[in-house]
Design a binder for this molecule. Structure first.
Ligand SMILES: [Zn+2]
Length: 184
């Protein structure tokens, strides 16, 4: 994509704010305008339900399956941090149908392969926070995090500056992963 023309770049998307500021190194003044957290647990307030109705680039959707989809996290812990979730507004992993559980696993596997192919990630953290008390920012809609890791990626910056440095804009990352994605 072309660089934003103004000082502020508005990016729709979904994620869980963590209080960390982020430096967007390609365009120093490009900031992410965050989603507000849902006011209640209903599907109408749910960003994970809303995102699939947006275009891929607008919503940062990387891959759409039959029952589940993969979307970049608007507040990534590392470049390529995405989430795999069912289209259905279900909170708990045990509420998934067999088809959803299988497709969440299949998309997670493909996401790892894709991220590895394009970025050479050294490792991954995979996981779901089940319930607000377990750390889920948007607890009402199940989402599995896929967080690529590199040796030395957690340096002093998040601790000292409460800032993470990210080498790519999210829209560039999304396009890269969507282009490279292979289902097998
Ligand atoms: Zn939802």
């Amino acid at each position: 994509m072309s660089p934003p023309t103004g000082d502020t770049f508005h990016q729709a998307g979904v994620g869980e704010p963590d209080g960390l500021d982020r430096l967007w190194t390609p365009h120093r003044m490009a900031y992410i305008q965050g989603e507000n957290k849902p006011v209640d647990a209903s599907a109408g307030e749910c960003p994970f339900c809303r995102i699939p109705s947006l275009g891929d680039a607008e919503g940062l959707v990387v891959r759409r399956g039959q029952t589940a989809y993969a979307v970049l996290n608007l507040y990534p812990y590392s470049p390529g941090h995405l989430m795999v979730c069912p289209y259905r507004h279900v909170a708990d992993y045990t509420d998934t149908t067999d088809a959803e559980a299988v497709e969440i696993a299949t998309l997670t596997r493909a996401a790892m392969r894709t991220i590895r192919a394009v970025s050479g990630a050294h490792g991954f953290n995979l996981g779901t926070n089940q319930g607000a008390d377990a750390g889920a920012g948007i607890a009402a809609h199940l989402h599995q995090h896929v967080v690529p890791r590199w040796a030395g990626d957690q340096n002093f910056m998040p601790i000292i500056g409460r800032t993470k440095t990210l080498p790519e804009l999210l829209s560039d990352t999304r396009a890269l992963l969507a282009e490279a994605w292979k289902d097998s």
